[in-house]
Design a protein around this ligand. Structure first.
Ligand SMILES: Nc1nc2c(ncn2[C@@H]2O[C@H](COP(=O)(O)OP(=O)(O)OP(=O)(O)O)[C@@H](O)[C@H]2O)c(=O)[nH]1
Ligand SMILES: [Mg+2]
Length: 362
């Protein structure tokens, strides 16, 4: 008899657990058991992924150097116009052709918009079972994992493809348009699992304990600052989860007029250059970029000397961006325009920055 490969053995265990989950009715009394099964399942799936990524395609993925203020990836099935779009948005010259798999590697380009430098990556089209390595899928998924924002692209002939790709990304541990649950886990030496939550949870304490134990956190302190469901509970213990926002784009709008189900989808024509200004603005907004304008001591306040910052940054972050020494030397600033109650208001460096704020460090 042929010895079963370890990977196949794991896959059989996965199938068995999936069946058991399907066959177990979900209610309070079974919840902790299902939690334990889901934790086992997640661990086994990670093992398969690890084995497959080790096998890989030899060279070990694409090496792309991250550059600029953020990195975004054009994700979609073949031939929807990803390369046409990157050539329009950036300085890249990616090959365009009317057949699938024209792009076979990562092509980087740089888009400059409102003083931000945004790196865009064009990658091969994603097909079904890409997560199993088909059509360079593994390499593409690893590029996606390292990015700050995804442009999910379809065209007027392939409007159903985006949900399928989203599903594939979810199955690979990539969470789209979701945020990391506000939970912390701390390992302890003994004492079992202690759960701290100020909010009433739907999940039972036993379930959380069971899942924690399955992931090797039998002695730990779990602090929940929001209400979570089973998926989120499994996610926080799994190591390979990433959380990335997305913009959905439908290309080739010049070919026909389609009424969209999702009003948030942007209609563009990469070839004709339609809708691209809106897309650029949305990219900038969704990356949470904003500009503050530096006013030097001997200058009048104005909109020169822009510095690109992000929502939530403070004036201290601006000072640090100018230089560590500079940040050490300044404790207060004067601000004009956005955020200023009156021109030249004096504020502390804990003040959050706003688009269009003019600032002089004093
Ligand atoms: N009518 C029309 N055709 C377009 C548009 N954008 C791209 N195309 C055409 O669609 C075909 C595929 O374009 P590509 O940019 O190579 O598509 P891709 O998504 O990079 O394809 P792969 O690299 O194979 O995954 C080409 O024939 C393009 O000329 C558009 O806005 N309108
Ligand atoms: Mg291409």
């Amino acid at each position: 008899m042929v010895k079963m490969r370890e990977e196949d053995a794991i896959k059989m265990r996965i199938k068995r657990i999936e069946k058991e989950i399907r066959d177990t009715p979900y209610h309070k009394a079974t919840e902790h058991h299902i939690g334990m099964l889901r934790a086992k399942l997640s661990k086994l799936k990670d093992q398969v992924e690890l084995k497959q990524s080790k096998k890989g395609g030899g060279g070990g993925g694409y090496a792309v150097k991250k550059q600029g203020d953020a990195t975004i990836v054009l994700v979609g099935p073949p031939s929807v116009g990803k390369s046409t779009l990157i050539n329009k948005l950036t300085n890249a010259k990616s090959k365009i052709a009317p057949y699938a798999f024209t792009t076979v590697t990562v092509i980087p380009g740089m888009m400059e918009y409102k003083d931000a430098r945004i790196q865009i990556l064009d990658v091969p089209g994603l097909i079904d079972e890409a997560e199993k390595g088909k059509g360079r899928g593994k390499e593409v998924l690893s590029v996606i994992r390292g990015s700050d924002l995804l442009i999910l692209m379809c065209d007027v002939e392939n409007t159903d493809k985006v949900p399928r790709i989203k599903n594939m990304l979810e199955n690979s541990g990539i969470r789209i348009d979701k945020t990391h649950p506000d939970i912390t886990i701390e390992k302890k030496l003994k004492g079992g699992t202690r759960i701290i939550s100020n909010i009433k949870q739907d999940l039972g304490k036993e379930t959380i304990k069971e899942v924690a134990k399955e992931f090797g956190y039998g002695n730990s302190e779990v602090t929940l600052r929001q209400k979570i469901d089973m998926d989120q509970l499994i996610d926080i213990f799994s190591r390979n989860r990433v959380y990335i926002p997305s913009i959905t784009v439908m290309n080739k709008s010049d070919l026909k007029n389609i009424k969209l189900d999702d009003p948030k989808t942007l209609k563009i024509s990469a070839e004709k250059g339609k809708g691209l200004d809106k897309l650029k603005e949305k990219i900038y907004k969704d990356l949470k970029f904003l500009r503050v304008f530096l006013v030097r001591t001997d200058e009048k306040p104005s909109y020169s000397n822009p510095i690109v910052m992000k929502e939530g940054d403070t004036l201290k972050d601006v000072a640090i961006k100018i230089g560590e020494d500079f940040a050490e030397e300044h404790e207060r600033a004067k601000i004009w325009e956005s955020g200023a109650k009156f021109p030249g208001q004096e504020v502390s460096l804990t003040t959050e920055v706003l688009e269009g704020m003019q600032v002089r460090f004093i």
